[in-house]
Design a protein around this ligand. Structure first.
Ligand SMILES: CCCCC/C=C\C/C=C\CCCCCCCC(=O)SCCNC(=O)CCNC(=O)[C@H](O)C(C)(C)COP(=O)(O)OP(=O)(O)OC[C@H]1O[C@@H](n2cnc3c(N)ncnc32)[C@H](O)[C@@H]1OP(=O)(O)O
Ligand SMILES: CCCCCCCC/C=C\CCCCCCCC(=O)OC[C@@H](O)COP(=O)(O)O
Length: 272
């Protein structure tokens, strides 16, 4: 009986292996499926740990989430090469902005997440089962992207509480996932928040995933991700009139860094 199960199990694994070798689409679907299952199962376990250790919704739970998610990279053969972590060592609160390529970004986020840092996320994430629960328990700030006025109100509230709670807030200023190897134009919410709270903006850039991950061509293999935490950009004394300029400066610096980290010539060099 046991031998029968062993033979069946081995046969299924072999079949999956052959299918993965033969078809990139099957390989992609299985790897992404496995990532989702890993997230859902780990979230359930981590949620129990968070409730036992910290009793409810608090940024302290991010330490538990980080410890769990940092192990995920080994399942997918991903390596991170991180530079500039010392730039997180600002005194007090800050806004961290980074590029957003995929749901796989959760691994890159947790690889370097500083203490006392919550993310701004779309409210739909609350309804992703145990993943929604763990995101809620971690203290993520939920916004309704379909309502500018309500998103602005939530962010204005965050600006007021950041200082009291010594919080860093992580925002994806592109506002959506983008795996093209370039940046989408930045939304201004993160920069309004930084100016309203008078705290620095710390840009973080992850190299393009396109060499090992591309949902359009169903590519998902192992790979290396370069990460750079850039020096903080001060906002003391800036007003809402300066937000467009601040957004543009940050966008240009991050785009240049993205191209450099991804081994793609920058446009400035192209035209020279
Ligand atoms: C243990 C196992 C675990 C397994 C799982 C692993 C990990 C999970 C755990 C934790 C991690 C959670 C991570 C969650 C990540 C979530 C990622 C996302 O969801 S990204 C999508 C959501 N985020 C964003 O959208 C942020 C970026 N967007 C913005 O900042 C936007 O500006 C906005 C505030 C949402 C509003 O957007 P909208 O399109 O409606 O408007 P505009 O940006 O065009 O702005 C219009 C207008 O308003 C002005 N504006 C904008 N914001 C403000 C403001 N705060 N105050 C004042 N004015 C504002 C803006 O300047 C525009 O005016 P103008 O054109 O005149 O300049
Ligand atoms: C009972 C309901 C069950 C629902 C099951 C859902 C399964 C989802 C399980 C695992 C997925 C892991 C997701 C990790 C969190 C990813 C956060 C993220 O990257 O969100 C995307 C968001 O930034 C931008 O969204 P869009 O690009 O605008 O779209």
């Amino acid at each position: 009986m046991e031998l029968g199960w062993l033979v069946c199990g081995t046969a299924v694994l072999l079949l999956l292996h052959v299918l993965m070798e033969l078809s990139p689409a099957v390989n992609f679907a299985l790897r992404i499926g496995f990532y989702c299952v890993l997230c859902l199962v780990s979230s359930a376990l981590a949620a129990a740990a968070c409730l036992l250790v910290n009793g409810g919704r608090t940024v302290k739970n991010m330490r538990i989430i980080k410890a769990v998610v940092k192990t995920f990279k080994y399942f997918f053969g991903l390596r991170f090469e991180v530079k500039g972590l010392e730039n997180f060592e600002v005194e007090g609160p800050a806004i961290i902005v980074s590029n957003h390529q995929s749901i796989l970004d959760m691994m890159g986020l947790m690889e370097i997440l500083p203490d006392n840092c919550v993310q701004v996320g779309k409210k739909e994430l609350m309804y992703t089962g145990t993943v929604g629960l763990i995101i809620y328990l971690g203290g993520v700030i939920f916004i309704n992207r379909k309502s500018t006025s309500s998103a602005k109100m939530v962010m204005a509230e965050v600006a007021k509480t950041m200082a009291n709670e010594n919080l860093k807030v992580w925002v994806y200023p592109e506002g959506t996932r983008n795996c093209t190897g370039d940046l989408l134009p930045f939304k201004k919410g993160a920069f309004h928040l930084a100016v309203q709270a008078q705290v620095p903006v710390i840009p973080v850039v992850y190299s393009s995933f396109t060499t090992f991950y591309n949902p359009k061509t169903k590519l998902f293999t192992s790979g290396k991700i370069k990460v750079e935490v850039l020096p903080p950009i001060e906002t003391k004394g800036l007003t809402s009139d300066d937000v467009t300029d601040l957004t543009d400066r940050c966008f240009c610096t991050m785009r240049e860094t993205l191209f450099r980290l991804s081994g793609r010539p920058s446009e400035a060099k192209d035209s020279s």
